[in-house]
Design a binder for this molecule. Structure first.
Ligand code: ADP
Ligand code: AMP
Length: 216
């Protein structure tokens, strides 16, 4: 099953991706997580990406296309994958189509999580993520059981630099300008399914599973 989880920052892509990994046993490919790992490890890629990420800008397409090409050809993607945060531009989507054509793994469905801006801002401003496994929490809606500690791996949870207020506004406008056009792009291909992302996490997951039944 080859899925794109699509939606603005804060829509719940990472949250739902983790549930799908547990349920279907296919990997989550989060380009944000891959970039943050590179920043943490101080790689050349991380150093180049950091300035864009801190401002809430997109990292250049050629960098992302290289990352995704390498990742999709890894062994664990054989049974399928969940793309989270990629593609974010039309050139990224075009490059993805070429890569997937080569490896004969077409996208089954693009799940578009719809959430209004006010709710996105509320969610992002309270988001906490685990520095070790990337699990996503929320100070208000979904706090870790022990303050500051990840429920899953006991890593430390923290607020991302780009979840601070000024970067958040910029990320939402970047989404509208550069990423939102992909909704029409995938609708035209007949593979877009739009879901109400404002429901609670378990209800959203149930709706996702109801869509995925046909592809499992
Ligand atoms: P994305 O990966 O799309 O940027 P996340 O999955 O990290 O979004 O979710 C953003 C924030 O919103 C996190 O703090 C998460 O715990 C919270 N969240 C996710 N889904 C829901 C939901 N359905 N209802 C309320 N809060 C949610
Ligand atoms: P995310 O974790 O998906 O919210 O991504 C965090 C940041 O990483 C984004 O604001 C971008 O700076 C960068 N990023 C992640 N995925 C992409 C992508 N597909 N294209 C460009 N930049 C990306």
């Amino acid at each position: 099953m080859n899925i794109i989880l699509f939606g603005p920052p804060g829509a719940g892509k990472g949250t739902q991706a983790k549930k799908l990994v547990d349920f279907y046993g296919i990997p989550q490919i989060s380009t944000g997580d891959i970039l943050r790992a590179n920043v943490r490890e101080g790689t050349e890629l991380g150093l180049a990406a950091k300035a864009y990420m801190d401002k809430g800008e997109l990292v250049p397409d050629d960098v992302l296309i290289g990352i995704i090409k390498n990742r999709l050809t890894e062994q664990d993607c054989i049974k399928g994958f969940i793309l989270d945060g990629y593609p974010r531009t039309v050139p990224q989507a075009d490059a993805l189509a070429v890569i997937l054509d080569e490896i004969e793994k077409p996208i089954d469905v693009v799940l578009n999580l719809e959430v209004p801006d006010e709710e996105l801002i509320r969610r992002i401003s309270g988001r906490l993520i685990c520095s070790k496994c990337g699990a996503s929490y929320n100070r208000t809606f979904n706090p870790p059981k022990k303050e500051g500690i990840c429920d899953i791996c006991e890593g430390e949870v923290f607020q991302r630099a780009d979840d601070k207020e000024d970067a958040v506004q910029n990320r939402l406008s970047v989404y509208k300008k550069q990423t939102q056009p992909l909704i029409a792009y995938y609708a035209k291909q007949g593979i877009l399914v739009t879901l109400d992302g404002t429901k609670d996490m378990e209800k959203v997951f149930k709706d996702i599973k109801a869509v995925l039944v046909k592809f499992a």
